[in-house]
Write a protein that binds this ligand. Sequence first.
Ligand code: 8OZ
Length: 372
Amino acid sequence: MNRAYGTRSARTLFEPAHAGAFNLANRIVMAPLTRNRAGPAWIPGPWAKEYYTQRATAGLIIAEATQVSAQALGYADTPGCYTDAQVIGWKQVTDAVHAKGGIIVLQLWHTGRISHTSFQKDGQAPVGPSAIRAKTKTFTAGEGFVDVSMPRALGLDAIPGIVESFRHASLCAMRAGFDGVEVHGAHGYLLDAFLRDGTNHRTDAYGGSIANRARLLLEVTAACGSAIGADRVGVRISPVSTAGDSHDSNPQALFDHVVTSLSPLGLAYVHVVEGETGGARDSLPFDYAALRGRFDGVWMVNNGYDRAMAIAAVASGRADLVSFGRLFIANPDLVERLSTNRPLNTLMGQETFYGGGAHGYTDYPTLPAEPV
Ligand code: 8OZ
């Protein structure tokens, strides 16, 4: 019996929920969204506090993917959470969100092979499970979109340092006032690349069998859990997404093992991107119900949900929480709009998603106040 099924008779999208240590006002979650507006030294930018505070009525905010170390960087202008200056920067955001009654966790990220030599110390190759170059691009400040670089395979002796960088960043996140962290195990970044046989050709304890390929994600998650409490740690996975040139010969077997192994850890939640990220939800056959059945805890779903789909997913018990990305970009008051079934703002053009200033970030309107 999933713990989260306990209150099944009273489950609606708009009612409170528990997720690990978090008491959420509703089951509507702001998905982690890369916005490339961090300031110098990868500190949250000048508008981040307002942006997140505007969205504090979400049951939970998952703040954007954030580097766990300098090596983890893979895109221009994304924030980090591993230096004192970054902690101080994020603290202004979390204090403001908490003052509005919000709950906010930080998504912890190592981009792995989805990076470029220009982001790496001394122009070194980025790191991955194996020296296999991803067929995808990243965005650099100098040259715009460029092919990601050929990675170097992480040596076995370097793996404890990766685990430690996530552990350290989770402690930094707590010092920065976050309520917890989400481990980014999706979209072809380092942890996902280790999971998959298309990107992991290692022959050591971190490659080969599914159990070996899952080892790094499980070690990282356990390390974050022992640092800050497992009930403050979530994990995001994207079983069939090809984002980050991700591919695996048997995603069902792989993720069945991953979720079965995560289940006893006592995590806050598992967060599943269903289908192709930002695209078709049925891009490949996958049994999400079977996956969910392997996890004794809170289950968060994502990808292309609208109001009716989200209400149905929670009412049926198929999901405990639903995260929204694009709808939260365009609607700071998404919770109010969904709960009163009022119209949503139109999303501005893609040129406002990644990089830039307040436009397309903090200038989406809220609903006018109801007349009294
Ligand atoms: C869009 C652009 C850059 C990064 C992800 C962190 O896909 C990202 C990301 C999304 O998870």
